[in-house]
Design a protein around this ligand. Structure first.
Ligand SMILES: *Cc1c(COP(=O)(O)O)cnc(C)c1O
Length: 361
């Protein structure tokens, strides 16, 4: 048996050089004569590692100085609730753009804390597009405007940042952070669960404009307060040290790859190859998403006959192409092609798809 190409939506593939480095230093990390997992998060060595990760992330995303970078826990889901707790007053309105399953969940988790108003939704079109730029307005009474730049399940991605006017724009970048450059300054908060494009699960990266940390929000425990986390370097309590260290290795790998402009080129080439194969299949494979909203990271597609799904999954797995089963909400297949998926993996998938269509078409 050998490592296969892994198209899992999350937790997802990690860059192989990162896994190799982690394996090499698993028992003895730097000069510690112990594993990175076995030392105090407050010791000099780990604090230096944590600071390096933050500095590298700031470089990769060109994070302006008036933003704090936090390394938190709870998954993106917990922050669906924690964001309104921190930056909305009780009973205040917040705007949501609903473009798929994750933005729907963001609304439902926010509802106990904020009047979550859906300003635009693409549900009537089965979440196959993003809202038109002029179809919603962020009025000044909103605590924030929330959107999901990439819908992991529906394979829908914004190619333009929504206009929030003077209202802080909050973005759940869980499945597309680091896939291309981001204009951080147009956002109030950018957050992402790590397990798609950053590292292993257990970690959430949250980038927040510092003035938002001064908002009182709701009465809440210190451990739920972003300002308190920022003040304590995200170490109010024990952070997920192994995940933080691995995220740091991924950031260094991304810098070695040439940074996010280079990653965008590669990700575009990978996505074009896959969408091209779907389009040129004569209807054997279909992707329902509007061309302007196609995701570079998650590519759902259906087969001409759903009765072929199980053969497709069985044969693809045997060919070394893992985790192509689509989400139950959408059906069919989904190929997640995050940063760690090399072009060779997409080439192998596309050639399998052509061969399968020939045999079953
Ligand atoms: C995976 C995902 C989430 C949920 O992440 P958890 O870490 O499981 O809470 C939220 N939003 C998006 C866009 C995702 O892809």
């Amino acid at each position: 048996m050998s490592r296969a190409f892994n198209f899992s939506a999350g937790p997802a593939a990690l860059p192989e050089p990162v896994l190799q480095q982690a394996r090499n230093e698993l028992l003895e990390w730097r000069d510690e004569r112990a594993s990175v997992m076995e030392i105090s998060h407050r010791g000099k060595a780990f604090v230096a590692c944590a600071e390096e990760a933050e500095a590298d992330l700031r470089t990769l995303l060109s994070v302006p100085d008036d933003y704090a970078v936090l390394f938190l826990q709870g998954g993106a889901t917990q922050h669906f609730a924690q964001i309104p707790m921190n930056i909305a007053d009780p009973g205040q309105r917040a705007g949501y753009l609903v473009t798929g399953a994750w933005s729907q969940k963001a609304v439902s988790e926010a509802k106990p804390y904020v009047q979550a108003d859906v300003l635009a939704s693409t549900e009537a079109g089965s979440f196959t597009d993003v809202p038109d730029a002029g179809s919603f307005a962020a009025t000044s009474d909103l605590a924030y405007l929330h959107y999901t730049p990439n819908e992991t399940i529906h394979g829908v991605e914004f190619n333009e940042i929504p206009d929030a006017g003077a209202v802080p724009l909050v973005a759940d970048f869980s499945s597309s952070i680091l896939s291309r450059p981001i204009d951080v300054a147009r956002h109030g908060i950018i957050y992402a669960g790590a397990q798609k494009n950053i590292g292993p699960s257990g970690l959430v990266v949250l980038i927040v404009r510092k003035d938002l940390l001064e908002r009182g929000g709701h009465p809440k425990a210190k451990v739920l307060t972003y300002a308190a986390q920022a003040k304590d370097g995200s170490m109010l309590n024990t952070p997920p040290t192994l995940s933080w260290y691995l995220a740091g290795l991924v950031f260094k790998w991304l810098k070695d790859q040439g940074g996010l402009a280079a990653m965008e080129q590669r990700n575009r080439a990978k996505a074009e190859l896959l969408y091209g194969a779907i389009e040129s299949s004569g209807g054997f494979y279909r992707n329902p998403v509007a061309v302007r909203a196609r995701s570079l990271m998650n590519v759902p597609f259906t087969l001409v006959d759903a009765a072929l799904d199980s053969a497709f999954l069985k044969e693809s797995e045997a060919a070394g192409l893992l985790a192509l089963k689509g989400h139950r909400a959408v059906g069919g297949m989904r190929a997640s092609i995050y940063n760690a998926m090399p072009i060779e993996g997409v080439q192998a998938l596309v050639s399998f798809m052509r061969d399968f269509a020939q045999r079953h078409g």
